[in-house]
Design a protein around this ligand. Structure first.
Ligand code: ZN
Ligand code: FE
Length: 753
């Protein structure tokens, strides 16, 4: 006797080969019915005998398709209609889509094998893909995910592709971006006045140019890359000059995992990140000296090829280690539209490898590291965005606009928090435009009406994101304090709603609840109840406010002015110059001087005292320089950094540092003693606060915790008496995680600024 049931599957289940997989599973179990992509996930109706239904359910729970991520399966009994076959039905669109959009996927093993199989019709075709692999978020124009709603709508399938697309037994059954050389888009190479219109020839010539030390702009999944040979110093120097990128490290693409192992020291955790479906850039200790690639740091960022095009380029003889950096001028967002790329990059690239398939939205490469407390994402974009990272108790749609640096936005729909791809620093006009576009994009994708929104934003009254929040027509706006948002981001992604914690938020800057510049903050509380600021770094002065972040010597003036006696640096082995002296004068006269508790500026101060006296060219540069220096020295006695009456007192720390510096102790040893001092001071503060507040868990977030050495030292110092340590894994600990924290605090209505 036949029974029937209806099943709804939620999660990342569209665009990952789920319906064909269900079809084949139903066939295998002799079940009839149908499957379709609905607004809330995949809907399945099954008819057959009890045992077959049970077998179907077991298989679905135990081994779903590789790229799927099921968040819930709901099963209900249904009326048996006596269906005789199993079919895939057209997509339904009834209400607001709450289905999750899949991130872009790397080419799968089967497509890779076809790519290099001379007998295959798609041999050498740079747009080969199937239901298990290929672009998703970067080609989707609207939901539900179907070919007319992707950037492939301009290319009608030929008979060959159409047969595969409609054949339930085929790997390309309903693979929306499916194409072949006969019907699909192609790549061409623009080199000066010449155009090579044939994909294979264009790729071959590109590989030749790269071997010859040229810079080639390569269209990828979510934007253009600028590529050159990582071992040709002249090419790298030229790239830095043309791109106006002085010192910020370049990412590398290694031909394969073996090449990656010769470039970086790959721990098993780092290797699993590198080969994960997100295919991020992985930071790890460098094994080769590649001059100009990553000045001032011993780490290199490496990724593996993830598109068919990348594999074809290497197979055509491109150097096995390529610099692959976002195609933009310094700080601008990545170029992703062809005309814009050709215009903006004309003075940078020697040639353009241009693919015809349009990119629906800009998605940079993600950056990650296998950290002391688990994987850490430093930039969350391709491969991760726009997956939901948390569930939050929000009955109405909620939009959180993030901070002005490393901006991301978060949209909460039906309790799912979707975090956008990395957008960038909003003080750049292009990035601000991208910010506005991303808001529009996510709202329209999820069909959210603007007047229905709750908007969360940073408490900083002058942030561009705040001003934008105020300009949006909505009745409900909530300001969230920056460092509380950092702590909340960790608790939200780890789904810790009620447990009380000690929250440590160390970063460069953030508007404090009292109008001063915070950045060395300690809180007690929970996501549900909100956080009380219970301790902080001893306040220092900051001449010029946030602008001082550019100049470590300016930060130094503000911290050194707090010592009992201003140190006499005349005998010091370095010169601070006029900027230091004028900052001291500003502080003395109290002109444009602010109070700060910023840990980031304390690191800048130490870096300045150790010789980093120039202007920084990217955020966090001086602190990274200091960490690298410290790594080169053996463990040593920490400088004193006492925690008394709710303050971490930096004065003994800096006095000891200056003393050693004047006595010409090697700067690497000083850096090590400083780093250990910070860790020891923080560890004792955490122990004290945990005891006082009767709390067993500590949350670490904020840009300072990108410092791996600090985390390693803390881990050692916590030792056996270890509190439970929670850190970010799904969103960055830097300001890329702020929008999630804002969303979480707004959802719980706990946002005392
Ligand atoms: Zn594939
Ligand atoms: Fe921050």
């Amino acid at each position: 006797m036949a029974t029937a049931c209806s099943i709804r599957v939620r999660g990342i289940v569209q665009g990952v080969g789920f319906r064909p997989w269900v079809y084949r599973l139903a066939q295998a179990n002799a079940l009839t019915g149908w499957v379709l992509n609905g607004d809330q996930g995949v809907e399945i109706h099954l008819e057959g005998d009890e045992d077959s239904l049970a077998a179907f359910m077991r298989e679905m729970r135990s081994s779903p398709p590789a790229a799927a991520a099921i968040s819930a399966i709901e099963v209900e009994p249904a009326r048996c209609e006596g269906l005789s076959v199993f079919t895939i039905r057209e997509s339904e669109r009834l209400s607001r889509p709450t289905v999750r959009i899949s991130p872009d996927l790397p080419i799968c093993e089967e497509c890779l094998a076809e790519l290099f199989d001379r007998s295959d019709p798609r041999c050498g075709y740079p747009y080969i893909n199937c239901t298990n692999c290929g672009p998703r978020y970067s080609v989707i124009l609207s939901l539900p995910y179907d070919r007319p709603a992707t950037t492939m709508r301009e290319w009608p399938m030929d008979d060959f592709c159409s047969r595969e697309y409609h054949d339930p037994a085929n790997r390309r059954f309903h693979a929306q971006p499916v194409a072949c050389p006969a019907c699909g888009p192609a790549f061409s190479l623009l080199e000066g006045a010449t155009t090579i219109p044939n994909s294979t020839e264009a790729i071959g010539r590109s590989a030749q140019l790269l071997r010859g030390g040229k810079i080639v702009a390569v269209k990828g999944i979510g934007g253009y890359h600028l590529a050159c040979d990582a071992r040709k110093t002249e090419a790298i120097t030229a790239l830095r000059e043309r791109k106006f990128r002085k010192e910020k490290p370049f990412a590398l693409m290694a031909r394969d995992i073996e090449t990656a192992r010769t470039l970086i020291d790959l721990s098993p955790d780092a290797e699993s990140l590198l080969t994960s479906v997100a295919r991020p850039i992985v930071l790890a200790p460098g094994m080769q000296d590649l001059p100009g690639v990553a000045p001032d740091t011993s780490e290199l960022g490496v990724m593996l090829p993830y598109t068919p095009l990348h594999h074809l380029l290497f197979a055509a003889g491109a150097p096995d280690a390529l610099v692959m950096t976002s195609a933009n001028r310094s700080s601008e967002p990545i170029a992703y539209e062809d005309e814009d790329a050709l215009a903006r990059l004309s003075g940078i690239a020697d040639a353009f490898l241009v693919g015809e398939r349009p990119i629906a939205r800009r998605v940079d490469d993600s950056v990650a590291r296998a950290g002391v407390f688990g994987p850490m994402i430093l930039r969350r974009s391709r491969g991760y965005a726009p997956s939901a990272v948390a569930h939050l108790p929000a009955s109405r749609p909620l939009l959180a606009l993030g901070a002005d640096l490393k901006n991301t936005i978060t949209l909460v729909v039906d309790g799912q928090a979707f975090v956008s791809q990395h957008i960038g620093d909003l003080d750049h006009y292009q990035s601000f435009r991208a910010f506005v576009e991303t808001i529009d994009d996510l709202l329209s994708m999820y069909d959210v009406r603007r007047d229905d929104l709750i908007i969360a934003h940073d408490a900083h009254p002058q942030y561009a994101s705040t001003l934008h929040a105020l300009s949006l027509p909505c009745a409900n706006r909530i300001a969230v304090q920056h460092h509380r948002a950092h702590i909340a981001s960790v608790l939200a992604e780890n789904a810790i709603w009620d447990e009380p914690v000690i929250g440590i938020s160390f970063d460069g800057t953030g508007y404090g609840g009292d109008g001063t510049i915070w950045g060395g903050e300690m809180f007690a509380g929970s996501l549900r109840s909100g956080f009380d600021r219970i301790a902080h770094l001893r306040p220092a002065a900051l001449a010029g406010g946030d602008a001082a972040a550019q100049y470590p010597v300016q930060a130094a003036a503000g911290f050194l002015s707090q010592l009992d006696d201003l140190p006499d640096l005349a005998a010091a082995p370095f010169q601070f110059g006029p900027r230091y002296r004028s900052a001291l004068q500003m502080i003395e006269r109290d002109v444009r001087t602010f109070t700060t508790t910023s840990m980031g500026r304390l690191f800048d101060t130490a870096a300045a005292l150790l010789g980093f006296t120039r202007e920084i060219t990217f955020e966090g540069q001086a602190a990274i320089w200091l960490e690298q220096l410290a790594r080169s020295a053996p463990a040593t006695e920490p400088y004193p950094f006492p925690f008394t009456s709710c303050e971490l007192d930096f004065r003994p720390l800096l006095s000891a540092l200056i003393e050693d510096r004047l006595h010409r102790r090697p700067i690497a040893e000083i850096a090590r003693a400083f780093q250990l001092g910070i860790a020891a001071g923080l560890a004792s503060a955490v122990m004290t606060l945990c005891e006082e507040c009767r709390v067993r868990a500590v949350v670490l977030s904020g840009g300072v915790f990108q410092n791996e050495l600090l985390l390693a030292d803390l881990n050692t110092l916590f030792g056996a008496a270890k509190p439970r340590v929670w850190t970010n894994h799904a969103v960055p600990p830097n300001d890329g995680g702020i929008s999630l924290g804002q969303a979480a605090l707004a959802a719980f209505g706990a946002c005392d600024a």
